[in-house]
Design a protein around this ligand. Sequence first.
Ligand SMILES: Nc1nc2c(c(=O)[nH]1)N[C@H]1C(S)=C(S)[C@@H](COP(=O)(O)OP(=O)(O)OC[C@H]3O[C@@H](n4cnc5c(=O)[nH]c(N)nc54)[C@H](O)[C@@H]3O)O[C@H]1N2
Ligand SMILES: Nc1nc2c(c(=O)[nH]1)N[C@H]1C(S)=C(S)[C@@H](COP(=O)(O)OP(=O)(O)OC[C@H]3O[C@@H](n4cnc5c(=O)[nH]c(N)nc54)[C@H](O)[C@@H]3O)O[C@H]1N2
Ligand code: SF4
Ligand SMILES: [Mo]
Length: 733
Amino acid sequence: MSECSELKLTRRNFFKATGIAAAASLSGGTVLGGLAPDVHAGVMAPEWESRFSACDMCFNKCGLIARVEKGRVVKLDPNPKFSKSRGMLCARGNAGIAQLYDADRLKYPLLRAGKRGEGKWKRIPWDEAIGLAAEKMKAIRDAYTSCGYLFSAGSDMQSGFVSRFAEVYGSFNVTSHESLCLISNNRAYLDTYGEVPFADVINSKYILMPGANRFEALVTPDSMDLMTAMRDRGCKLVVLDPRYTKTAALADEWHPIRPGTDMAFMLGVMHVIITEQLYDAAWLEAKTFGLPQLTGHVQQYTPGWAAEQCGIPVQDIVRIAREMAAAAPQAMVYPGRRTSDYANSTQIRRSFAIVNGLLANWDRPGGLLAARAVGLKGVPYDPPWYDTNQSDRIDAHMAPMMFDHEGSFVLTRDAVLAAKPYPVKGWFVYKTNPMATAPNRQKTIAMAEQMDFSVVVDIAMTDTAHMADLVLPAPSYLERTDPASGLQGSSACACVVQRDPVVKALYESRPVFDILKDIAGKLDLGEFFDFSIEEYRQKQFADLPGAAKALADDGVYYNPSKVYGLYEGMSHKTLSQKIELFNQRYAEMGLDPLPVYTAPVQPSHNQFRLVVGRNAYFTHGSTQNNALLNELMPENTLWLHPDAAKELGIADGDVVEVTSSVGRGELKASLTQGILPDTVYMLTGFGALSPGLSRVHGVGASISALLADGVDIITGNAAMHETFVTVTRKVAS
Ligand SMILES: Nc1nc2c(c(=O)[nH]1)N[C@H]1C(S)=C(S)[C@@H](COP(=O)(O)OP(=O)(O)OC[C@H]3O[C@@H](n4cnc5c(=O)[nH]c(N)nc54)[C@H](O)[C@@H]3O)O[C@H]1N2
Ligand SMILES: Nc1nc2c(c(=O)[nH]1)N[C@H]1C(S)=C(S)[C@@H](COP(=O)(O)OP(=O)(O)OC[C@H]3O[C@@H](n4cnc5c(=O)[nH]c(N)nc54)[C@H](O)[C@@H]3O)O[C@H]1N2
Ligand code: SF4
Ligand SMILES: [Mo]
């Protein structure tokens, strides 16, 4: 085991390192205590307490230690025992305190009092709120069947309870952030390797990173490991991105690739590796399926052809292919994460997966690694059967290879708006904000408007809450008990984290588990929520006898296991039981079994392709309103190349109007050489509709109002980069 053993900080060392004189064990998950010696009085007075938790400012769940003084959190620090984040808490993680104590937080249950979206609310007591939610759920089920209610939950340790509730209530209609995020990537890797891999960044010698921005879009441990690998271990990083991101800035090479042409680049790379026979023939023979077909397929895709498509010089494509092959198997095409890009995203990601196959890096140091057993047990239940119900999800079969439990938010929304094949009239939303994060906000507004009743459980009056009927205040991660969650992260060990309250829940906030439990009770479904989260955790730990103690002592539990060679003697979960360069199932279904290139539609003159992407301060649409983080970037701007700006008579700082086929917005222009001349970019999460987000309401432009709602044709993943806009000057700077 590599990295686990590098973490030598023992509990004893930790106390020494932080100068803590003694440890006191306090109830409720307090693990470390600071006892300040009051020598004058001759007594030991407790001054502060430290409590373990896991950050929730994004999905990475970095282990943290909260310092609590007189019942208030005053500082958040990384938990040095939490190896997955390599002892890091990012800017957003540090700003968790500002989220906890933000004046914009929701405080009480609120019932809509004016027209939808008018912003008029009436404070109601919890029992009335629960009674109303249950009554409406019952009425909607009676009128439209259980599938008449849609459940949307974001990335969270309690989101599983929303799915559980939906299932026992009888609705197949559950969506999450994933179809706005990475399902085309998951599809591509599942259909090549039989599972979704983890990148062993720290041990890699050569990383080609197409369309991933690891130094701003933080993913642990990859972001930190990339820096360590480059700085200390001689790893080369080559970034393909139409924008000059922070990752591009720190890379050995940045190639501003034409948007939508990565598959051409990869096919050119395959052509070089195959025609020059730069691969490990014995390994490929033993582990992969379809090399002969791939060899025939890539003959047409010469590096010269690829260069014309993607705009990267032919000599660079050939050189990069040779360099990667020379570094293999400690070389990779970084799989990436968000793939809400193009109509052929699954096939684009298949081309990444296939190059990795040719590099023979599966299950080997510096390559792509299999998930390891974490050991948490599921807590099974037997949902009731409803005789009168729909037979499937509302978006079933709208794309050929959707994920059953997940569907597609964009396709679900289309089906709800068309009321086909059946009406959906209720919406329960937990910890996701599709008004800001799903493309084509007008359609999300229209969907909200046609609901008979919608409930949003959040910590803030987001745009989705703003358009709801009932808004329920949730406690933040520092105030609640969460079930245990298993985390993976290549060589950073398979581990388990959980959350206990660091401070008492503020205002009248209540966790979604309690809300669902109470509603279930009123719908005669109480037996499915007949436990506490602590009891649930005990069941999760049934096969992990040391977990509860490790979590109490260290804030994290590791389940050591082999890192490499997991597939020795094991077959892949694909039809051939090997890595499928040629996908047999796709062939059977009439889909391209090998990636076939189609050039993306180009923007016409004076049009730009709008691309999305994040920065290190903000999580999607949810931390722009954070008091500390908002100071770092109070508004979004439009990245525009100076040549394009000159033609349009736009100067840096001018207010411009941006118009797409679905909406418009106004924001300031930032002129930069760091973007291709036919491409523009802006950050998500600004231009909020809701006055309850006081710092971003009406500030900057909303990208979700501009993005067109195309989908990846195989999975139904949103395809946000298929949006063209025009830009005109409104007001000079
Ligand atoms: N700070 C921060 N970190 C995060 C998150 C966050 O919101 N904030 N979110 C987390 C989540 S959920 C996810 S999914 C990940 C996302 O992680 P990433 O996918 O790495 O994040 P993005 O910023 O979306 O980066 C995508 C990049 O692709 C570029 N791009 C656009 N079109 C093309 C193209 O055709 N080809 C190529 N090669 N590049 C293109 C964009 O300019 C952008 O820089 O980040 C995670 N980490
Ligand atoms: N334009 C554009 N759109 C995108 C992307 C992009 O790069 N650009 N990326 C896509 C990707 S990769 C993803 S994963 C999705 C993510 O999309 P979403 O899941 O919608 O992500 P967030 O905006 O982070 O929404 C999280 C919500 O949870 C709330 N919240 C935070 N903490 C708590 C809590 O403790 N309890 C409760 N109840 N609520 C809480 C926040 O206020 C916020 O409303 O967005 C996608 N949409
Ligand atoms: S990456 Fe940052 S925001 Fe995300 S969990 Fe870790 S510390 Fe929190
Ligand atoms: Mo994501």
